[in-house]
Design a protein around this ligand. Sequence first.
Ligand SMILES: [Zn+2]
Ligand SMILES: [Zn+2]
Length: 182
Amino acid sequence: MPRLDLVPIFLPGRQEMLDCLCETLNLQLGLEVRQHRPGFDAQTSFDPDRGQYNSTALLRMLLGDLPVETNYVLGVCGVDLFIPVLTYVFGEAQLSGPAAVISIHRLDPSVYGLPADEELLCERLEKEAIHELGHCFGLIHCQQPACVMRASTYVEDIDLKPAGFCHECNPLEVTATCRIFP
Ligand SMILES: [Zn+2]
Ligand SMILES: [Zn+2]
């Protein structure tokens, strides 16, 4: 079974959510999921001018800190992420590579002045995690409305799509042949 390590980054008080994500990704993607504490200083990805964290820099740090005998690594952040050309990103991943990173920050209804909703937050987190891991599996964006690989600009877009892949994007064959990284 291919292995995935979840790496919490600035995610205090969210152990329960992380445990839940482990279980979901195991069931949905057939991955053996572990948790791995970051061995790098994520604060160096902070951009003081933007007040956000550079997701590409975090991807590089995750790659430089790959746990032993893993296939994929997914950073789960509690802080806001950006890439220079965009105001924000929900996540970023390497296409056909081992590393991805996501943020729960803009998935949280309370960030938009709405009442906290843990269930909705977890649903969104699951979809974002599966979407970014889909890129790691080699999948690009899909136009099908009922596919997790559909691109999402706003959080409402995430709510409109399911957590699963459409028929064409089914990555099960991809994960079965994935590489082992030292
Ligand atoms: Zn994407
Ligand atoms: Zn699709």
